[in-house]
Design a binder for this molecule. Structure first.
Ligand SMILES: Cc1ncc(COP(=O)(O)O)c(C=O)c1O
Length: 424
């Protein structure tokens, strides 16, 4: 017999933790570039009875019975994402962005093969060859970076390294880079050496879905992404390929190579967000995310704060804290801002003299605040509040006053005004 009681009745300790985090989400300003607030519909799908089902394999070829509805649901998710982004084959099963990348590497590479990707300390991701990640341990990653003058990806260096090392995969994509990617140049380089062109669009695929940022599916052989960042969906990953045979191969790289049964409640939540992202309102949202980032970036520059590459084309910017205070590290600044109601993360900046755990940069993103309903005027206020706090980071009296203004602003834009929305 299923216990019909609510979580408050069954497990008050957990209910209280959820309530407290809902309150944290409702009372701060959220600038983590990889986060967002999902809709009630997404929460309902992820909290649904699809969590009960085992379905190893792919639609029509399962190792368990009772999968007819799961098959229909997974096919719906695949169809929706292909309609949204293009491509010929979609895999919506990866538990995460890291596992989407793992599936591609497992299927297209042999252990020790070479991949050309972006340096982690200049904007790449852990799964692009970090020595502490499986990618760097199993494969020979060669890294390109940004030009020290422009702080944009140095495409001459990408080509030079490609010709020298002849990687099997040329990988574009980032976790901390505020500009467009030159897909056509990456494509040309990959073609010149007969490599696969892969894009990891985890961070910005939501902007692509909303038609506000160039679409990698039009250029790459394979595109991986997460569904929970700018795309504003259930936590998870996905892969799109432009070639059926490669898509089927990558399927095997995920199941059985990297995962067992997938998370069907999460896949349902992905399908809901794909549907939401196909609506005109999501296009307006995506453009607003970028407009907000550009308005905030312009204000930081007016305030004398240096931004990596001098601005942004997407949903994020990187602040160079040395332009505020030579002594202030990213770690100290991020902790201080979190304490007074602004949540973000510290980040290395290109050619950072500090180690990654202290860092000289802050990464700021606008997907969450835009979902909360903030527009350019609020972005200017946020930039001013952040600048004021950074400039006065040791002045508790000033920080207390800044915090009350931050909380006041946050109170006007709660993402979940109904509070605890985890249950249906
Ligand atoms: C470019 C990129 N790829 C992959 C990932 C990994 O995603 P996940 O955290 O879901 O494994 C991220 C996450 O931040 C990312 O930014």
């Amino acid at each position: 017999m299923i216990d019909p009681r609510t979580i408050e009745e069954v497990d008050p300790a957990m209910a209280e933790l959820i309530r407290r985090d809902a309150e944290r989400q409702n009372t701060s300003i959220h600038l983590i570039a990889s986060e967002n607030f999902v809709s009630k519909a997404v929460l309902q799908a992820t909290g649904s009875v699809f969590t009960n089902k085992y379905a190893e394999g792919y639609p029509g070829r399962r190792y368990y019975e009772g999968c007819e509805i799961i098959d229909e649901m997974e096919r719906l998710a695949q169809k929706r994402i292909l309609e949204l982004l293009g491509g010929v084959h979609a895999n919506v099963q990866p538990h995460s962005g890291a596992q989407a990348n793992m599936a591609v590497y497992f299927s297209l590479l042999d252990i020790g093969d070479t991949v050309l990707g972006m340096r982690l300390d200049q904007g790449g991701h852990l799964t692009h060859g970090s020595p502490v990640n499986f990618s760097g341990q199993y494969y020979n990653f060669v890294a390109y970076g940004v030009d020290p003058g422009t702080e944009r990806i140095d495409m001459d260096e990408v080509r030079k390294l490609a010709l020298e090392h002849r990687p099997k995969i040329v990988l574009a994509g980032y976790s901390a880079y505020p500009r467009h990617l030159e897909y056509d140049k990456f494509r040309e380089i990959a073609d010149e050496i007969g490599a696969v062109f892969m894009v990891d669009a985890a961070h910005y695929i939501g902007l692509v879905a909303g038609k506000a940022y160039p679409n990698p599916v039009e250029h790459a052989d394979v595109v991986t992404f997460t569904t929970h960042k700018a795309l504003r969906g259930a936590r998870g990953g996905a892969v799109i390929t432009n070639n059926e045979e490669m898509g089927l191969n990558i399927q095997k790289g995920l199941f059985p190579a990297a995962q067992g049964g997938s998370l069907y409640n999460q896949i349902a939540g992905k399908a809901v967000c794909f549907h939401e992202a196909a609506q005109p309102a999501f296009q307006a949202y995506s453009q607003q995310v970028i407009d907000n980032a550009q308005a905030m970036a312009a204000r930081f520059i007016e305030n004398g704060v240096r931004l990596v590459s001098g601005g942004t084309d997407n949903h994020m910017m990187l602040l160079d804290l040395r332009s505020v205070d030579e002594e202030l590290t990213g770690k100290v600044a991020a902790k201080m801002l979190d304490r007074i109601g602004i949540t973000l993360n510290f980040n290395t900046i290109p050619f950072d003299p500090r180690p990654p755990f202290r860092a000289s940069g802050l990464r700021i993103g606008t997907p969450s605040v835009t979902t909360q309903g903030m527009k350019e005027a609020e972005m200017v206020q946020v930039a001013d509040l952040v600048t004021e706090a950074l400039r006065n980071h040791g002045e508790e009296r000033v920080l207390a006053a800044t915090e009350s203004r931050i909380r006041e602003l946050a109170k006007q834009f709660p993402p979940y005004p109904e509070g605890f929305v985890g249950h249906i």
